[in-house]
Design a protein around this ligand. Sequence first.
Ligand SMILES: Cc1ncc(COP(=O)(O)O)c(C=O)c1O
Length: 385
Amino acid sequence: MSKTEFDFDEVIDRRDTAAVKWDKYVGRDVIPMWVADMDFRSAPAIIEALKQRVDHGVFGYTDPSQELNDAIVAALERDHGWKIRHEWLMWLPGLVSGINLVCRAIGEDGDDVVTAIPVYHPFLSGPVHQRRTVTRVPMRLQGTQWVWDLERLETAITPRTKLLLLCNPHNPVGRVFTREELSDIARIAEKHDLVISSDEIHCGLALDADKPHVPIATLNNDIAVRTVTLMAASKTFNLPGLGCAFAVVPNAELRVRLTRAAAGILPRVNAMGFVATLAAYRDSRQWQTALVDYLRVNRDLVRARIGEISELSIAPIEATYLAWIRVDAPIPDPVSFFETAGIGLYDGRVFGTEGHVRLNFGCPRSVLEQGLDRIRRAMGARQSS
Ligand SMILES: Cc1ncc(COP(=O)(O)O)c(C=O)c1O
């Protein structure tokens, strides 16, 4: 299938599918642009592979196949120049389970986990669920770009800090951290002997060819052996409902700790998740390229339109389909303000930072335009009232 044959403009009705994103506003004229899944149909090769598996009709307990492990090894080398070994792979029923698992496996009860905010909320709840404390280091704006505040990171680390949670590409600020930035973070992790948990679920969604994703574990071997990299096909190929993710863990001792921490708690991955993940990494590269091209245009539209509104501001978005928008107006509850205007956004407080909303632009352009119009009208009406 040629690139142009993928139709990201098609508006697909997701009502009556119990979709978390859409059911939140059932019966209301609110366009849901909050939780992170896309309104596009997944890649044709994935849908076809799932159909074939359904036709087989037997859905017993399933292991990851050799073919699947080979596909991951090949894709990480193809996409990121990262040569991994089969035995480094650990399969997970979801990436959030992976975050919790790492928190559980590293350190003791009461030890500390450090991360930078704003950040995907399970980074803040995961440590607490696993009886750790969490230290939040606010990111800072350098020019227009969100960066880790390394000085504050250094001072936040205590002898009880055992784990650093990195999100790269970053949800919600959309950064693809550069090799230099990653080296700085890694140096601090090394100095304080921290394990790094690097959530790279958005790595297939780097939007600009000149800002490629660099897995932190590829910096050097010392960093690789202290890093658990968490990945999944779910964001890039729109499969989050199929529950399948994996960790890349080069350090054998860490693998043992993670396996012990998972015992009796984590279920096997479901058979459909494996099928979809194989078809994603092995057979859906063209679709991915076309998707990223489409999202890049959506990204540019969001930046241009939000940039025209005086009381909203937005930093460059290098990856993901998520826009982190600062609300400079004195609106006490931005989410209900925008819901009243017919657009459902995510509250910045969920990510640990007030005064912001997150907008999901992983949808057909016509829907995005409608949403952006509603934001413009709501902000315009506010100013003129
Ligand atoms: C950074 C990040 N990690 C993990 C997830 C979710 O992973 P899963 O659905 O596999 O638990 C998301 C979903 O938005 C995310 O943005």
